[in-house]
Design a protein around this ligand. Structure first.
Ligand SMILES: [Zn+2]
Length: 145
């Protein structure tokens, strides 16, 4: 018996006992039976809502799982060069004159003016335009004092 059925059973009992609602005790008992019936209805409604919410949460959880799977699949697809591109900020791409591999340079490499190709080991020299604004602030700080 669930709570709704128990409340209905209680109401039946009260009616069977022919409780006299004109007495204070009878009025109290009948009111209690009424209130319990309403509470049972409310609890039943809430149980239904919770079931529905659980279904929604399950669906959201599944959808999120799919999104996560897609996202991490995408993340793994990115090769190292892409990752460097994403978190490196000022990266410059040069092509090795010896082996044709692409090499990514950061600020330090640019200041040094040369880099050893990670693929073939040949030292590559390069120059860059000083007016590039990526380290203009550094240059100003050095010359102002
Ligand atoms: Zn090379």
């Amino acid at each position: 018996m669930n709570v709704t059925e128990k409340a209905a059973y209680l109401k039946g009992l009260a009616e069977g006992l022919a409780i006299d609602s004109s007495t204070p005790e009878g009025k109290l008992l009948l009111t209690m039976v009424d209130v319990m019936g309403e509470m049972a209805d409310t609890i039943a409604e809430m149980s239904e809502m919770i079931d529905d919410l659980n279904d929604v949460v399950d669906e959201l959880d599944e959808d999120l799982g799919e999104l996560e799977a897609d996202y991490y699949a995408f993340d793994e697809d990115m090769d190292e060069e892409d990752e460097e591109d994403f978190d490196g900020g000022a990266l410059y791409e040069v092509t090795c004159a010896n082996c044709g591999d692409k090499i990514y340079l950061d600020d330090e490499n640019l200041k040094e003016g040369s880099i050893e190709c990670p693929s073939c080991g040949k030292t590559l020299e390069f120059s860059y335009d000083e007016s590039d604004d990526f380290d203009e602030d550094d240059n100003e700080a050095e010359t102002e004092e």
